[in-house]
Design a protein around this ligand. Structure first.
Ligand code: TXA
Ligand code: MG
Length: 315
């Protein structure tokens, strides 16, 4: 398969929408990371996502819709969820909600669960594709399963382990502004629970709810915690965290300048936006990687979550 590189102009967007309507997979930019999109109502199209990524089929996919109205057609939304949707959509928040039986979503998307992960992306190109296509798009991050998430079209195609030749097209709209995947909130035991830290700090969600989020005890082998596999976002190189630089390593610095600086000034949003690109570029050098300590609040919690998974023993 020849993977097309499309521009986010009228012609490129129309081509992307046509390919999606024909059951093909297209990598699209979002404000978090690039997603590998397919028609969420078409089981064969969704199967092509799993095939291209080499993703284990028990891992459900996030469904992207244009707005709250479209989300309400797919899922039941309790008051708390509605409040979060109104506060943070469009944006980097995914809500795991009870699936409507008549939603028409392919069962492969939800991996047979009674819930669906929904998100309204803010990126103008993602919004334009959703409007041109006119339906829900299943889209996990557009990387081979277990590898680092892509924050540019170049990452999606990447010569080693990328999706070039495995997907119909990539819509190239440059780098992703947030750079970390969405924050995922669900109500597994009736209480609002942080299922994955991400682009919206947990503190901001707690402020909107007016109470703390329940913590999710991630058991990596439990089928009710899909996708929270311990080793994830993995570079090939060994990774040391909370580290000072050692000779022979590539060091990702924070709060001071350096050739691989996450943020010279210690800005967590800048570090989040740069994290995956720096990890890829460091990994390409073939040396072990070390990362400076990152404060564990705000976006730092999501950065540290990704770093711990990247450093975990490979499963
Ligand atoms: O920012 C993002 O969320 C990006 C962009 C493309 O939107 N997407 C993304 O998707 O990170 P993915 O597939 O790489 O991660 C989705 C996570 C997985 O951990 C999956 O298990 C969880 O969401 N998930 C999806 N639907 C779920 C459900 N019904 N119940 C529990 N977890 C769910
Ligand atoms: Mg992913």
């Amino acid at each position: 398969m020849q993977t097309l590189r499309l521009s986010p102009d009228a012609q490129g967007l129309a081509r992307a929408a046509d390919l999606l309507a024909g059951g093909q997979t297209v990598a699209i930019p979002t404000e978090t990371v690039y997603g590998l999109a397919a028609d969420a109502r078409n089981g064969e199209a969704v199967a092509r996502i799993y095939q291209a990524k080499g993703r284990p089929s028990f891992n459900p996919l996030i469904v992207h819709v244009a707005d709250l109205q479209a989300a309400l057609r797919l899922a039941h939304m309790p008051d708390q969820a509605l409040h979060l949707a109104e506060s943070f959509w469009p944006g980097p928040l995914t809500l795991v909600l009870p699936l409507r039986p008549d939603a028409g979503i392919a069962s492969l998307v939800t991996a047979g669960l009674g819930t669906i992960g929904l998100r309204v992306p803010a990126h103008p190109a993602a919004q334009a594709v959703l409007h041109a296509f006119g339906g829900p798009l299943a889209a996990p991050s557009a990387n081979a399963s277990g590898r680092i998430s892509p924050t540019s079209a170049g990452h999606v195609l990447d010569s080693s382990g990328g999706l070039d030749g495995r997907i119909a097209a990539v819509l190239d709209a440059g780098s992703c502004a947030v750079g970390l995947e969405s924050t995922i909130i669900g109500w597994p035991e009736g209480r609002a629970t942080l299922l994955r830290p991400g682009g919206i700090p947990a503190e901001a969600i707690e402020a909107a709810l007016g109470h703390p989020l329940a913590a999710h005890d991630a058991d990596p082998s439990a089928p009710n915690a899909p996708g929270q596999l311990t080793s994830h976002y993995a570079p090939r190189a060994a990774l040391r965290l909370n580290a000072s630089p050692e000779p022979g390593e590539t060091h990702l610095s924070f709060g001071r300048p350096g050739p691989f600086s996450l943020s010279d000034s210690g800005d967590l949003a800048q570090a989040a936006a740069r994290l995956f690109d720096l990890l890829r570029r460091a990994d390409d050098l073939g040396r072990p990687i070390s990362v400076a300590p990152i404060p564990d609040h705000g976006l730092g919690a999501a950065i540290n979550d990704r770093l711990r998974r990247a450093a975990a023993p490979r499963t």
